[in-house]
Design a protein around this ligand. Sequence first.
Ligand SMILES: *[C@@H]1O[C@H](CO)[C@@H](O)[C@H](O)[C@H]1NC(C)=O
Ligand SMILES: *[C@@H]1O[C@H](CO)[C@@H](O)[C@H](O)[C@H]1NC(C)=O
Ligand SMILES: *[C@@H]1O[C@H](CO)[C@@H](O)[C@H](O)[C@H]1NC(C)=O
Length: 431
Amino acid sequence: MTKQKIRNALLVHLVILFFFSTSVVSARVVSLLQNYGNPIFRSNFHSIYDTSKYGVFQLSNGLGKTPQMGWNSWNFFACNINEMVIKETADALVSTGLADLGYVYVNIDDCWSSVTRNLKGQLVPDHKTFPSGIKALADYVHGKGLKLGIYSDAGVFTCQVRPGSIFHETDDADLFASWGVDYLKYDNCYNLGIPPKERYPPMRDALNATGQKIFYSLCEWGVEDPALWADKVGNSWRTTGDINDSWASMTTIADLNDKWAAYAGPGGWNDPDMLEVGNGGMTYQEYRAHFSIWALAKAPLLIGCDVRNLTAETLEILSNKEVIAINQDSLGVQGRKVQVSGADGCRQVWAGPLSGNRLAVALWNRCSKVATITASWEALGLESGVHVSVRDLWQHKVVTGDAVSSFSARVDIHDCQLYIFAPFTVSHSVE
Ligand SMILES: *[C@@H]1O[C@H](CO)[C@@H](O)[C@H](O)[C@H]1NC(C)=O
Ligand SMILES: *[C@@H]1O[C@H](CO)[C@@H](O)[C@H](O)[C@H]1NC(C)=O
Ligand SMILES: *[C@@H]1O[C@H](CO)[C@@H](O)[C@H](O)[C@H]1NC(C)=O
């Protein structure tokens, strides 16, 4: 072969490897394993991004093929909610463009209900704050092309001491369905000491029996390691206690949730709790890290601030399409912490496989000063000779077209750079 021919052959053999279908959930594990046999990946790829514990998709309500996106009232409003707030939030999701980006669930948390059931034993919306009722609210939200979520508790009371749904599962599920509710967050207060494994399935069955597709979000705070059993019960399950609007809480929860990465997948997601982005307790860099890591870890993206009053910075973070695309990637494998260095392991690399043989890679600086963080191909599960094109999802540009063996970047205090790594190989057949 002439040099020119070799060069041409090299170009021709510059292969961006094939895409594969993950639309059929039952085929997911198989296609993933085939993919893992790809020569661009090291033999350790299987163990780094283990999905072997991902359960059989048994809830089969067809929901949650990608993590749920939307808004929830609790983190900003707590108990100070009413129907105007919910309607104005639905309006704001549309007017800001967030709805078009996928934030479609408008979820009412605790405090929507009266403190007692009616004479028929039914839950009743608080007549002062929700005078028009939940059905009217659902109609309004649906009219905007959005979905309505509601809240109850697998105990005798909700956390704010409204009636809980234990022993009323069928009645309450029927009522929610009659209102046109699309989503139920099911909390864990006043639970009589009955194990979650016994208290959560009856509501699954009651929701199923309504014949309506209702997303079922378990919130038992991770107390009985729900990742081990909840894929058969809900579409997502909280893995930790409540988040609060602080760096300490956000980082602690990210680490606790990471432990269960191998169990998440289409139809059933680990839930490290709702977003605090925009609530004021963290810096811009910390919120960017919060959003990046939640996206990479395939966490539900449920906005927790006042969307009627967003700053430009908050909107910029929440509406980053490229970061959202990582979260909503069809492969549905949770990214995880793959490499740490520095004092207390504060220089961190988090990564996860994406469709099309790509990787999402985060360089997260949890140190108290600026740091240079390096992701090695070995830690990422790539063969050392593999060439990678690196796109920065916060700068919205390719930062290098051809990285080999490792990639480094300088990262601000508590900031997180997020990238898509697109590996390509040069064929050996021309040698
Ligand atoms: C109810 O469960 C069955 C069996 O898992 C499933 O096929 C069906 O789609 C479910 N229906 C709803 C509305 O969730
Ligand atoms: C927030 O969470 C952190 C970490 O779990 C905890 O140390 C702190 O006390 C919490 N703050 C509040 C106000 O609850
Ligand atoms: C909007 O948010 C700012 C802080 O970003 C706050 O000072 C202001 O009070 C809020 N306005 C309303 C109407 O809530």
